[in-house]
Design a protein around this ligand. Structure first.
Ligand code: 5GP
Length: 144
C-alpha cells in the first residue's frame, strides 16, 4: 500500500486529533475543517480506500459506530438533525484515500441543503431507461 494516510497517522497517534469515540476496529474524531459544530469522521482503523474494498465485518463495524454515534453527537451539540455521507471515490469528492463516514449535525434554518444537493444536474430518464438501470443493478446485485 502507498504512503500512510493522514488518518492512519491519527490512528497511530502520530498526529493529534480530537477523538470522540473508539472501538477495537473504528475511530471517530472531529473533522479539522468542520461543516458544522460536531462534524465527525468515523473510520476503520485499518485502511481501505473505498467502501467496496472494505471487508464486510469491518464496514458493518463502521456503520454500527455511525448508528450509535450520530444521535449522541446530535444531542451533544443540540442539533436538530444530521446528514450522514461518504465521498466514495475521488470523483465523488473523496480527498483522503481511507474510507470515512461524515456525520454532519444540522440545525434548523442553517442554510444548508439536503444530500440531494451533492450530485450534478439530474438526468432526464424515461420509464424504459429506469427499467433498464434497475434490471442491470438487480442482476449485478445477485452476484455481489
Ligand atoms: P473527504 O473529502 O475525503 O470526504 O473528507 C476528508 C475530510 O478530512 C475533510 O472534511 C477534511 O476537513 C478532513 N481532514 C483532512 N485532514 C485532516 C486532519 O489532519 N485531521 C482531521 N481531524 N480532519 C482532517
Amino acid at each position: 500500500m502507498s504512503e500512510r494516510t493522514i488518518f492512519e497517522k491519527i490512528v497511530d497517534g502520530d498526529i493529534p486529533a480530537r477523538v470522540v469515540h473508539e472501538t477495537d476496529t473504528t475511530l471517530a474524531f472531529l473533522d479539522a475543517n468542520p461543516l458544522a459544530p460536531g462534524h465527525t469522521l468515523v473510520i476503520p482503523k485499518e485502511r481501505y480506500k473505498r467502501l467496496r474494498d472494505t471487508p464486510p465485518e469491518l464496514s458493518a463495524d463502521v456503520f454500527e459506530t455511525v448508528r450509535e454515534l450520530a444521535p449522541v453527537i446530535e444531542d451533544a451539540v443540540e442539533a436538530d438533525a444530521t446528514n450522514i455521507g461518504v465521498n466514495d471515490g475521488p470523483d465523488a469528492g473523496q480527498e483522503v484515500p481511507h474510507l470515512h463516514v461524515h456525520i454532519v449535525p444540522r440545525f434548523k434554518d442553517d442554510g444548508g441543503g439536503p444530500i440531494h444537493a451533492v450530485a450534478g444536474a439530474p438526468p432526464d430518464l424515461d420509464d424504459d431507461e429506469l427499467d433498464v438501470i434497475a434490471e442491470e443493478i438487480s442482476t449485478a446485485a445477485k452476484d455481489a
